[in-house]
Design a protein around this ligand. Structure first.
Ligand code: ZN
Ligand code: ZN
Length: 136
């Protein structure tokens, strides 16, 4: 991006500092703390520009608002059906695998993994995990 406005820099900093995934509304609420007069439309427009420019990654979530992610290293997203938390998940080798399948042209993909997140897994029976281990 050639020119970043003050609002744009603030929005980028908010998402980067969150170390997680934020909806546009969450970014708006955060931005208002530093810039009480910022308009919701400004936040949406800047988020769109930042994700179009590849500075932020936009994650589409089924039945929920899009999320914005400042982590640009390749990773997938696990969406917890129990609590709705979004967790980063490394699927190493996936890109190479797809590359082999589609050849050398440009490609993009979206992968949504639905599984209990680490917090919910911890809550629900860490006991069956230990039995699993002892079998091995
Ligand atoms: Zn969960
Ligand atoms: Zn992520």
């Amino acid at each position: 991006m050639k020119y970043m406005t003050r609002q744009c820099r603030l929005i980028l900093a908010i998402v980067a500092d969150s170390c997680g995934h934020m909806t546009a509304d969450e970014v708006y609420r955060e931005a208002k703390k530093s810039m009480p007069r910022i308009a919701v439309g400004t936040v949406y427009r800047n988020l769109k520009e930042l994700s179009d420019a590849g500075v932020l990654r936009r994650i589409r979530v089924a039945d929920a608002p899009d999320l914005f992610d400042a982590t640009l290293t390749p990773h997938e997203h696990l969406i917890c059906p129990i609590c709705g938390r979004v967790e980063d998940l490394l699927a190493e080798g996936l890109e190479e695998c797809l590359r082999k399948a589609v050849g050398s042209g440009r490609f993009s993909y979206e992968l949504r993994i639905s599984a209990p997140c680490s917090l919910c897994r911890e809550k629900n029976g860490s006991s069956d995990r230990t039995t699993e281990k002892s079998v091995r």
